[in-house]
Design a protein around this ligand. Structure first.
Ligand SMILES: [Zn+2]
Ligand SMILES: [Zn+2]
Length: 437
């Protein structure tokens, strides 16, 4: 009767191999580690060893090396048996002197065939590199495909103030604000910074739907891409442009002003699309199934932020906002008196599933830029805590902050959030960032 020693750290596998081989007329013993292998071989005197590779303490290949280096154990046959059935691992096993390789998982018959083959009684069927057991063969292939019909948002520009370019800005991108949301047939655009140029190119690939563009405020960085927005030049294309009233000029005058002949070769009247300028009055504005709520925010001029409701999700997009203007202290020391002027904005944000907003300046930088309309980092963290937001995407990155700086700033943001015992999910927006909701 041939003797077989099974060396495997997993009891289930050990028992299974042992049973199958016993049923087929072999005398079988087993151990659960490679450390005792030589000792066991000397006492049990097997003709063949079924040796696992991934074992704690001593790796299967090391056991094999020891067996082959020892005069007394060199002659014993070895079948390596492992879920690590990659070609290089099989080659290594054979080079180290193994007689065969049985990839896991295997069928009982394959184990028997290979054992018989070793003892010369049978020429077994070649065992494939990756085992196709009854279980794996019965599975239908699972081929998940991206469902692109869901509600989504996408950033085309995430930079505040002015566009930047160059390798130092490769990760976050350099386009000024433009943010797109879509659900079903509806598509809504927020801000027309330089990022809208690429969005326009993207839109030209398909049939142009009526486009709704909400402008948070008309500072350069939020409108400067509009002259380069291709759909505006397409005869018959429909553009609805929304903005807050309360500017010195009305919305249309601001847009035509930036296209004044002194600044640009083509004027608003030369653009062939059907353009409609709408001052925000109704709240929310309904674009099909998408609701756009708006609220005044703390930024020079008539600036508004938006809350988009679609697919039962609330996404708040406030590109520019100075929360707790002039406050340089710890977020732990903020009093209700300091917070009072911000109640409206905080109420607007509360209940959002995702808050997309800035905290443009680290605190030391903010000290130099109070009143510029942007929030200090720790004050931004506190805003999330006070409004109960659980997911924050930081946008409107300062043009002076390159990738390395922004990466460090994000780490600091997480540290502050932990400090104020509000460690929520936070990340930085970048040009091209897209998410389904
Ligand atoms: Zn801005
Ligand atoms: Zn601004």
């Amino acid at each position: 009767m041939k003797r077989i020693l099974v060396v495997d750290d997993v009891a289930e596998v050990r028992m299974m191999i042992q049973q199958v081989l016993k049923r087929n007329g072999y005398e079988v013993d087993s151990i659960d580690n490679g450390r005792q292998c030589v000792e066991k071989v000397l006492s049990f005197k097997p003709d063949l060893i079924i040796l696992d590779i991934m074992m704690p303490e001593v790796h299967g290949f090391d056991v094999l090396k020891i067996l082959k280096a020892n005069e007394a154990t060199r002659g014993v046959g070895v079948i390596m048996c492992s879920a690590k059935g990659y070609k290089p691992d099989q080659d290594t096993a054979m080079q180290l002197g193994a007689d065969d390789f049985l990839p896991k998982p295997f069928d009982n018959q394959q184990l028997v065939d290979m054992t018989k083959k070793y003892f010369g009684g049978h020429s077994a069927v070649a065992i494939p590199l990756i085992m196709n057991t009854a279980e794996t063969a019965a599975c239908k292939p699972y081929l998940p495909a991206l469902d692109t019909s869901r509600a989504y948002f996408r950033f085309w520009g995430t930079r505040g103030s002015t566009p930047v370019a160059g390798e130092r800005y490769a990760r976050y991108g350099g386009n000024t604000p433009c943010f797109e949301v879509g659900w079903g047939n509806e598509m809504v655009i927020f801000d027309a910074g330089s990022g809208i140029r690429e969005l326009g190119i993207h839109l030209m690939k398909d049939h142009l739907r009526p486009l709704h563009i909400f402008i948070g405020h008309t500072h350069w960085d939020h409108i400067q891409g509009f002259p380069f927005f291709l759909p505006a030049y397409v005869p018959g294309a429909e553009l609805h442009i929304y903005g807050a009233s309360g500017f010195g000029k009305d919305l249309e005058s601001v847009f035509s002003g930036q296209l004044d002949a002194d600044y640009f070769p083509i004027q608003l009247s030369d653009m062939k699309s059907k353009m409609e300028f709408i001052h925000l009055k109704e709240n929310p504005v309904k674009i099909g199934k998408v609701l756009v709520f708006w609220e005044y925010v703390h930024h020079p001029g008539a600036a508004v932020g938006f809350k988009i409701e679609m697919n039962r999700k609330k996404i708040t997009y406030i590109s520019d906002n100075e929360f707790l203007q002039g406050y340089l202290g710890s977020p732990k020391d903020v009093t209700s008196k300091l917070l009072a002027p911000y109640k409206q904005v905080m109420d607007f944000i509360a209940g959002s599933d995702i808050l997309i907003t800035e905290s443009q300046y680290p605190n030391d930088e903010y000290a130099q830029k109070i009143g510029w309309g942007h929030t200090a980092l720790s004050n931004g963290c506190l805003l999330c805590k006070l409004t109960g937001v659980k997911h924050w995407i930081v946008t409107h990155h300062d043009p002076a902050h390159d990738d390395e700086f922004l990466d460090r700033k994000l780490l600091l943001t997480k540290q502050i959030l932990t400090d104020i015992e509000y460690p929520i999910q936070v990340c930085h927006a970048f040009d091209g960032f897209m998410e389904y909701v």
